[in-house]
Write a protein that binds this ligand. Structure first.
Ligand SMILES: [Zn+2]
Length: 337
C-alpha cells in the first residue's frame, strides 16, 4: 500500500504514553487519589480549558510522575516503539527530558539509559522500525538560572551516551517564559561535545525566537510556525533550508484550524518542512492521521513525499541508515512494500 507517513522526528515520550497503562501506574504509585476513575483521569488529560498555565501543564506532570523508575521508563520507551511499528513507521526520534525523571532518586544518566535500553529492546523485537533518543534541555524559567545546573547535567549525560542510543539534544518547555536568549550557551556547549541540536522556537506566538535560535546554529527547529509573522524570517528559513519540525495537530486548537495553519504556506514557499505528531496521546494522533489531515487541506501526495524525505535527510542518524530508510521509503511510497 502506498503510504507517505513513515517518519516522526518530533515525538515526546511523556505525551505519547498508553493512557490506560499510565492511569494504572498513577493509581499504583498514589499519584492520583485512589477514587479517581479512568474517566476523570481522561478528563484531566484531554481538557482544553485551563485555569492557568500551571493547570495546562498538569497533564505533563501526571505523565512524568509515572516515569520515575527505571522499569517504567524502560517500558514506556519499549511500548512506544511497539506502537510505532504497529503503525508501519520506519523511523522516529523519541524525546524526553531526563531532568524531569529524577524525583524518586534516579540520576539523569540512569533515566536516559533506561529509555535507551527500552527503545533498544523495542527495536530488537520490532526490527522494521528504527528509533533514536533525544534528550531535552528544559526551558522552565522564570530565568535560565532557575535550572541551569540541571540543564548542564543534561548536556553532560547526553554527551556520554551520544552514539549509544542518544542521537541529539532539544530545548523544550515553555519558550515564552523569561529571556529566550539566555539558553544559547547550552546549545553551544552541546555543540562543543558534537551533539546535534534542535530547538523549540516560534511555537507560542513569538517569531523572533526563531531568529534568536538560528544564531545558535541548531541542526533543526522545532515548530517554527511563527515565521509566518515576518517575511524576513520566512526568507531566511528558505535560504538556509534548516529542517523545521512542524506538528500541525499539536498547534490546532482554540484559535487555529487545520485550514488556517501556516503549514501550507511554509511548504509552498519552499521551506524545509517535516511533519510530526509532537504528542501521540495528548494530540490523539499518529503520523497517518497527520498526513490524512494534510491531504484534506490540499497538500499533495508529492508534497507529503517531499516532507518525508526532508525528515529522513534531517534525521540525527548515520548516513548509512539514511540510505537504508530512503530506499525503504521509496519502495513503500511506490506501493512495492
Ligand atoms: Zn514539542
Amino acid at each position: 500500500m502506498k503510504r507517505t507517513a513513515l517518519v516522526d522526528l518530533h515525538l515526546h515520550l511523556d505525551g505519547s504514553l498508553d493512557l490506560v497503562w499510565a492511569y494504572k501506574e498513577s493509581l499504583k504509585n498514589g499519584n492520583i487519589p485512589p477514587e479517581t476513575t479512568f474517566e476523570e483521569y481522561y478528563d484531566i488529560v484531554y481538557r482544553t480549558k485551563y485555569k492557568n498555565r500551571e493547570d495546562g501543564f498538569r497533564k505533563f506532570e501526571l505523565m512524568c510522575n509515572v516515569l520515575q523508575t527505571r522499569e517504567n521508563l524502560f517500558y514506556a520507551a519499549y511500548d512506544l516503539v511497539r506502537r510505532l511499528d504497529e503503525k508501519g513507521m520506519i523511523y522516529a526520534e523519541i524525546r524526553f527530558a531526563t531532568q524531569q525523571h529524577c524525583k524518586e532518586g534516579l540520576t539523569q544518566k540512569e533515566a536516559l539509559q533506561a529509555v535507551i535500553d527500552g527503545a533498544a529492546k523495542g527495536m530488537e523485537d520490532f526490527p522494521d522500525v528504527k528509533v533514536g533518543i533525544i534528550n531535552c534541555l528544559m526551558h522552565k524559567g522564570p530565568d535560565a538560572l532557575y535550572n541551569w545546573r540541571e540543564n548542564e547535567e543534561t548536556v553532560r549525560v547526553s554527551a556520554e551516551l551520544l552514539g549509544k542510543g542518544l542521537v541529539g539534544l532539544d530545548l523544550a518547555g515553555y519558550e515564552n517564559n523569561g529571556d529566550f536568549r539566555l539558553y544559547g550557551p547550552l546549545i553551544e556547549m552541546a555543540h562543543e561535545y558534537g551533539i546535534p541540536c534542535t530547538v523549540h522556537a516560534g511555537e507560542m506566538g513569538i517569531g523572533e525566537h526563531i531568529t534568536e535560535a538560528l544564531k545558535w546554529k541548531p541542526e533543526r527547529i522545532g515548530h517554527g510556525i511563527d515565521c509566518i509573522q515576518d517575511e524576513r524570517i520566512i526568507e531566511e528559513l528558505r535560504r538556509i533550508q534548516i529542517p523545521l519540525e512542524v506538528c500541525v495537530s499539536s498547534n490546532v486548537g482554540h484559535n487555529l484550524t487545520y485550514a488556517a495553519h501556516p503549514v501550507r504556506t511554509m511548504i509552498n514557499r519552499g521551506l524545509c518542512v517535516t511533519l510530526n505528531t509532537d504528542n501521540m496521546t495528548f494530540g490523539r494522533t499518529d503520523m497517518a492521521r497527520e498526513h490524512a489531515m494534510m491531504r484534506r487541506i490540499g497538500v499533495s501526495f508529492g508534497q507529503l513525499r517531499k516532507c518525508t524525505f526532508n525528515a529522513i535527510n534531517a534525521a540525527f542518524c548515520s548516513n548509512e541508515l539514511k540510505k537504508e530508510l530512503t530506499a525503504k521509503a521509496i519502495r513503500i511510497m511506490s506501493g512495492k512494500e
